[in-house]
Design a protein. Structure first.
Length: 277
């Protein structure tokens, strides 16, 4: 009888286990928090100027809209101030305005003056002007951050202007990072030929065709990289804007070079020195 009872208890326990609700096999994992090396907030403001400000039916309008990151913490105050200065300066330098303004306020005032003059001289002019900036931090590392900015502007003419600004900043100093600071001396001898191969593949230009025949106007027909780049996830990402190396109709070109392919070019003590390991 004791054996029967034990067997009965065991059977009940097995049955209970077999009918217990099982967790689904593909239970999603909790997302890992992305480590931050700077705290920041997005500063944004939008203003509509011109006759449309008081009359919504009026097409004459200047629309000014800006969003950009402002560093608020996790780095020394002096570094944060330099980062914020350079981020704003780099955006303004790509504003498609001949006299580069020193602040967004100056830029807004200059655009407003030009637009007011236009509708004053041509009362029937009904095209709205638009200036937009969208900027954010794309990548954070212990020694640098990388920022991407899109600038869009329409101030009359056949088509709008647009551009992408890539920049990385040293969290030790707050200054923008140049290629010369990242790579060893004479890095061009190895990096440029490899980058040209990537460029030709991206633009479908065969080796036997010159870059000029392919529709691009590099100096003396020789490929070179620009300083419009950022370090993103162990790669150097370069951006050539319209009009920079080709006509507007050709459009922009983005080029990614993986730093794991150029470990021997990384300079000692640079912000990517750790990538050599």
């Amino acid at each position: 009888m004791k054996r029967v009872f034990c067997f009965f208890v065991l059977a009940v326990l097995v049955a209970a286990c077999s009918f217990e609700k099982k967790a689904p096999e593909n239970t999603p994992l909790e997302p890992k928090a992305i480590r931050k090396f700077v705290n920041y907030e997005i500063s944004s403001f939008t203003e509509m100027m011109g006759p449309c400000k008081s009359d919504s039916a009026q097409r004459q309008c200047l629309i000014f809209q800006v969003e950009f990151p402002v560093i608020t913490g996790l780095v020394p105050q002096s570094v944060a101030e330099k980062l914020n200065y350079h981020i704003e300066k780099d955006i303004l330098s790509s504003s498609f305005i001949s006299n580069k303004p020193g602040s967004f306020k100056e830029l807004k005032e200059e655009l407003n003056a030009d637009y007011t003059s236009m509708i004053s001289d041509f009362p029937d002019y009904n095209n709205a002007w638009v200036f937009e900036v969208n900027s954010d931090i794309l990548y954070q590392d212990s020694l640098f951050i990388s920022v991407a900015t899109t600038v869009y502007s329409y101030t009359g003419g056949a088509h709008p202007n647009s551009g992408q600004v890539y920049r990385s900043y040293d969290l030790r100093t707050g200054d923008p990072i140049t290629l010369d600071q990242l790579l060893v001396e004479n890095y061009e001898a190895k990096l440029y030929p490899a980058a040209e191969i990537e460029f030709r593949m991206t633009r479908e230009i065969p080796p036997e065709m010159s870059l000029q025949e392919g529709g691009f106007w590099f100096d003396e027909g020789q490929f070179s990289l620009n300083e419009n780049f950022a370090i993103i996830n162990k790669s150097l990402v370069f951006y050539f804007n319209p009009y920079e190396i080709a006509p507007y109709s050709v459009g922009p070109t983005e080029l990614e070079l993986k730093l794991t392919d150029f470990v021997d070019l990384i300079a000692d003590g640079s912000v990517i020195d750790g990538y050599k390991n």
